[in-house]
Design a binder for this molecule. Structure first.
Ligand SMILES: C[S@@+](CC[C@H](N)C(=O)[O-])C[C@H]1O[C@@H](n2cnc3c(N)ncnc32)[C@H](O)[C@@H]1O
Length: 428
């Protein structure tokens, strides 16, 4: 009978861990060791390309030969990732002699240490041992991971001050933060500019979702997926940025002020923006405003509609032999507007894909300008409205006709216009 394992969290920063073997198992095990800061020595005659890439990047040391006992000099832990039981047993024997814990991929009963199934959720690591059955451990781990995604922050059990990625400048713990609902006993506030993706709530990044579950305040744009907001915990203050009155530039100042004020009051603020925060998202302005006020900011990229909307309509923005470039441009100003920063004449000379955001209102003028400067009116074009949502609509046309076709089909914002041969590239 085997006794229960004694769980430990190994702090491997700068400590030597020897991995014996350079195949698939080592490829899976090495990243977590590197993530834990271990000084990894890999002993194997050959490596997988993935491990080789890490060696080439200087992330670990590689000894290109079979194992020798001296390889364990100075080691705190050894992972045997080979399937030759005799060779593995000899590594184990040397490790045991030196009182170094040894994980065995080939035979867990012969190992002196087991690696658990793990799920990481921000600062929280959950490690599951399945009583000797790795599949059971993984099933339990998966169930916990799903639960954590929704529940961990929801019950307020994530202590902000212990988050590993807490930006510099997070100091001290406030006993209570007056005026900000749900903020008690947490570290100083901060802002995360999070890209929510184009519309489908599943297209937010894992990090974006985690930050959202940790937020005290969420300042959301009109285009962010409603379902994401639906899942916020009840005590989160939700600020609808699209309802802030005043003109567009004044509204931006108001939003900046809200971000700064809430963060300075101690809140964890998520500024949730459609697509990617830095693609026509004014994320840069918000970052600068926070930085000026001394508020720590992180930026979490998002899936931008400029690529996702064409993709959702079956249009790749590049395709081998068809387009070697794509250009994303804002069409919110007419081509002849003195305020426009876009060289439409130059864009007309490009052969690749043109993706136009915010271009519906000026589409007739934009297409006419492109044609006047040499782009063929026969160039395939498409419009994709509300991409990746249940109400997505897409229309195929040509550069010469697309403005009229979009009007006739009553295409409305938000929509992306795609111009280029890629539009038909995947049509059978
Ligand atoms: C202010 S820009 C923001 C772009 C956003 N930051 C991004 O990366 O997708 C808004 C424009 O993005 C485009 N857009 C955003 N979401 C869209 C969607 N789901 N379908 C089509 N176009 C979309 C439209 O052109 C819309 O007018």
């Amino acid at each position: 009978m085997t006794s229960n394992p004694y769980p430990l969290g190994l702090r491997l920063d700068g400590r030597r861990v020897v991995v014996v073997g350079g195949g698939a198992v080592a490829t899976r095990r090495v990243p977590a060791l590197l993530d834990a800061g271990a000084d990894v020595l890999l002993v194997a005659p050959e490596l997988t390309p993935a491990l080789r890439a890490r060696v080439d990047a200087g992330r670990l040391h590689w000894v290109p030969r079979r194992f020798l006992p001296a390889d364990l000099d100075g080691a705190w832990l050894v992972q045997v990732a080979i399937d030759d039981p005799i060779a593995a047993a000899s590594v184990s024997a040397v490790a045991a002699e030196r009182r170094i814990f040894c994980v065995r991929a080939d035979d867990r009963t012969a190992a002196t240490a087991w690696t658990p199934a793990v799920t990481r959720h921000g600062p929280v690591t959950v490690a599951v041992f399945g009583g000797g059955d790795p599949r059971r451990a993984m099933t339990v781990r998966d169930a916990i991971r799903d639960l954590l995604a929704v529940r961990l922050a929801a019950d307020g059990s994530t202590p902000a001050q212990s988050r590993p990625h807490a930006p510099t400048g997070v100091t001290g713990v406030t006993a209570a933060t007056p005026g900000v609902p749900g903020v008690t006993g947490r570290a100083a506030g901060r802002v995360a500019l999070v890209g929510a993706g184009p519309g489908d709530p599943e297209l937010i990044t894992v990090r974006g979702w985690r930050l959202l579950t940790e937020a005290d305040v969420v300042v959301a744009d009109r285009l962010v997926p409603g379902l994401l907001l639906d899942e916020l915990r009840p005590d989160v203050e939700l600020v609808d940025a699209s309802k802030i009155p005043y003109g567009p530039s004044r509204a931006q100042e108001e939003i900046n002020q809200i971000l700064v004020d809430r963060a300075l009051a101690g809140a964890v603020v998520v500024r949730l923006k459609g697509g990617d925060p830095y693609v026509f998202g004014r994320g840069g302005e918000e970052l600068l405003a926070c930085a000026e006020a001394g508020v720590p900011v992180t930026v979490v990229p998002g899936v931008t509609s400029s690529i996702a909307a064409p993709s959702a309509a079956g249009i790749p923005v590049t395709h081998r032999g068809v387009a070697h470039e794509f250009t994303v441009v804002s069409g919110h100003l007419a081509p002849d507007s003195p305020a426009s920063l876009v060289r439409w004449d130059a864009l007309a000379g490009l052969r690749g894909t043109l993706v136009i955001l915010m271009g519906l209102k000026n589409l007739a003028a934009i297409t006419a300008t492109l044609i006047a400067h040499g782009r063929s009116p026969q160039t395939p074009a498409a419009v994709v409205q509300e991409a990746t949502t249940g109400t997505q609509r897409a229309l195929r046309s040509t550069l010469g006709e697309v403005a009229a076709d979009a009007l006739a089909a009553d295409i409305r914002p938000p929509a992306v216009v795609v111009v280029g041969d890629v539009v038909g590239a995947l049509d059978g």
